[in-house]
Design a protein around this ligand. Structure first.
Ligand SMILES: Nc1ncnc2c1ncn2[C@@H]1O[C@H](COP(=O)(O)OP(=O)(O)OP(=O)(O)O)[C@@H](O)[C@H]1O
Ligand SMILES: [Mg+2]
Length: 231
């Protein structure tokens, strides 16, 4: 579904991604693991066209998309939940979801009712203004909102960051539920969570992929665990 080949991405003169390659197949959850500053977010921004790579090639759903701007990627069926999540604070949870549905204009399975059934915690808060939710609840809502676009693929940048354990649990349930239908690329520092929900993973360090394998292989590799995952 997504194929990234040898991409090099810069911020000004700073050469951050130094030949990153990976792929995500339809129906997979793939995680990108790595410490602070390893290049996880830059990889996601490169795929979305927020920071286009200077070299290399990105293919999404069989078409080359290298350098396409984010709105074109969204139209093609890519949804992206960045690290800094924004809600419409004066709209209710339900209204936030409806706005996303109208904006996306992509037919598919997800609509407000289906989504709220999937997120019981949000369902209980459906009439509350998003600005009055806790940070963790807002985070869940932004993920729910991304699904409203009926994406073929969902990119989540550190979805667990700052979440209370009970919200992480809800998120885990949601991912296990939707992974039958949506292909997911996930960046995480919370390796135990990532390894529970993913099929495969890549370890990135200093802008290069250092290791990849199935989650089982990642979990069984002592060196990877101690050097990169700090479990
Ligand atoms: N806007 C920017 N301008 C210049 N350098 C940046 C910018 N954003 C990130 N960097 C640098 O690029 C490198 C990779 O950062 P990136 O944000 O991709 O890492 P990350 O793996 O997402 O880290 P984290 O876990 O902290 O989110 C780091 O050295 C960082 O300092
Ligand atoms: Mg990041």
């Amino acid at each position: 579904m997504l194929e990234v080949r040898e991409i090099h991405t810069y911020y000004g003169d700073s050469h951050v991604l130094q030949g990153v390659s990976f792929e995500v197949n339809k129906g997979e959850v793939v995680c990108l693991l790595g410490r602070n500053g390893a290049g996880k977010t830059t990889t996601m921004r490169s795929v979305m066209g927020v920071v286009p790579p200077r070299e290399g090639k990105i293919t999404f759903l069989g078409e080359e998309t290298t350098g396409l701007p984010p709105y074109r990627m969204v139209k093609k069926g890519m949804a992206y939940v960045p690290e800094d999540r924004r809600v419409f604070p004066d709209l209710t949870v339900e209204e936030n979801l409806e706005v996303a549905y109208i904006a996306a204009r992509r037919e598919g399975r997800w609509n407000v009712e289906v989504i709220l059934e999937l997120f019981p915690m949000l369902n209980r808060l459906r009439n509350r203004k998003a600005g009055h939710l806790s940070g963790g609840e807002q985070q869940l809502m932004v993920i729910a909102r991304a699904l409203m676009a009926n994406p073929a693929m969902l990119i989540l940048d550190e979805p667990c960051e700052g979440l209370a354990p009970i919200i992480v649990e809800e998120l885990e349930g949601v991912i296990m539920e939707i992974r039958q239908e949506v292909t997911i690329l996930l960046a995480e520092q919370n390796a135990p969570f990532a390894l529970r929900v993913s099929h495969r993973g890549y370890v990135i360090e200093k802008g290069r992929i250092k290791f990849h394998g199935t989650t089982k292989e990642l979990m069984e590799n002592q060196e990877i665990q101690s050097r990169y995952l700090a479990l």
